[in-house]
Design a protein around this ligand. Sequence first.
Ligand code: NI
Length: 192
Amino acid sequence: MKFPILAYGHPNLRKVAKDISPDYPGLQQLIDDMFEAMYESSGVGLAAPQIDRSIRLFVIDAEPFIELDKNMSEAEKEQLKGKKVFINAQILEETGDKWAFTEGCLSIPGINEDVTRHSKIKIKYFDRNFNLHTEEIDGLLARVIQHEYDHLDGILFTDRLSSLKKRLLKRKLENISKGKVNVDYRMKFPKK
Ligand code: NI
């Protein structure tokens, strides 16, 4: 892993990230390094702000989620397979019923909580070759995209919990900021 992952409490996780152009220096290498870091830390998604780059880039490989749901349709399995790169993404619409799913985040190790979000999104983005795509996505892939997309706007999944839940997690979150947490990948703790 070439770079540490910023832990909860780091101010750079709260910045609104900026769009990039196709000539962004070292972009292809950066994307490869992000996938490597994501796999090494057993994540299904990683956003550039989490590695201290305030740019609108995130990577996803949600294949491990296929194991979660024995009744998953073949179409959804196909959708979850493979490496996906999202550059300068814009979520154009969020529709469908709201549903709860237990989320986690590489910046917030050891905390997993139910987050409620819309089930379907319409998204416009560039892939790693800067080809433009506009797609409607639902199910677990939409969920992972919504989580990673939030990182670009400085939002963490814990922000979306009830105020009661937030109060209950306060101490645990502070401990993460201080590095008082068991984690088996490299992190940068703001209060350590
Ligand atoms: Ni995250």
